[in-house]
Design a protein around this ligand. Sequence first.
Ligand code: SF4
Length: 119
Amino acid sequence: MQHPPHQSLVATVPPQRVPARERDQDTPWHSDAVCRRDEAGLFFAPSKEPTAARLAREEAAKRVCAQCPVMIQCREHALLQPEPYGVWGGLTAAERRVVLARRRRRDLDLTSGPIAAAG
Ligand code: SF4
């Protein structure tokens, strides 16, 4: 059985987060994830993390993601699930929410715009 990226954090993830992560354990791109051994704990927030520490941690995680050969696959996975927590594919959870909102708006425009109305 394959393990998800951020493997070392699985044991610290609260139970309500586990199911989404377990669904991904057969995803092939995980084997190339550079964060499989996240000893530094960069990708998920510890409880009660101060804002400045969170921002620094997220930037460090993004630097790791920028070097990752499966960043695009990871990002799309996190958007499609959607993954509610942590840095995935170089995006924080808040950044993923923005991307998803833009995609929903774009999809609405495509289905309700003048071209769609004419079709
Ligand atoms: S893009 Fe980032 S979060 Fe995704 S697998 Fe690579 S290092 Fe891990």
